[in-house]
Design a protein. Sequence first.
Length: 254
Amino acid sequence: MIRLKNEKQVEGIRVSCRMLSAMYRELIPLVKPGTETLELDKWTQNWIKKAGGRPAFLGYGPKSNPYPAALCISINNEVIHGIPSRRKIADGDLVSLDCGIDLGGFISDQAITIEAGRVSEAVHALNVVTKECLYRGIGAAKAGDRLLQIARAVHGHAAPRGYGVVRQFCGHGVGFDLHEDPQVPNHPHGPNPKMTRGLVIAVEPMINLGTGDVEILEDGWTVVTADDNLSAHWEHTIAIFSDHTEILTEKVDP
Ligand code: MF3
Ligand code: CO
């Protein structure tokens, strides 16, 4: 069931989104070769607590295997849900960060992909096209249009350029919970509801250098490319109004 948001509720989500983007602006300079990913997570948990929020990912998921961190840090062939660890970021790594904040019951969700040190031209191009896919998808999110227009925009930008579009994981409704209806695919398939005023969704293309096929590691979380090729991920939380669409999270990259 899709839970539409009224103006006051969108404002609550907007404040949560602004906090999340402010966090990212301070975090980004720390994401560089030599930094341990667990350090980044500790820093993030502290930042969110001090700001008066709660990390929305921490403890999320099945009781038997709750997500153990505030950040997802997915490096190179890791697509999403990489768990912070003693691993140090290396020169040339493609580092995807994903985070959410619960601020007074209002949930935000944003992901970015950072090139640590110097990456190859092909990897940089993957990152650029994935970010373009995000903004094309958002450009297709309009009241009165159907949801799969987003997928058509994302897929139509990535696939002709030879990239793989991840099909097994999607964007989603967000705001009262981290994952709400509807699913927001990047690959045009599945239910295709009309987008209406009050719809708040996370648009999040996951684009691969090779095929779009993925696998889940034994930790139950880390999603990796099936062919071990690199992957990038960009995400904004957006709100649809009758006459315009607003990006609630902010641009944080330089
Ligand atoms: N932004 C991520 C997503 O939409 C949320 C991470 S799931 C968590 O899939 F379990 F790690 F919280
Ligand atoms: Co998300």
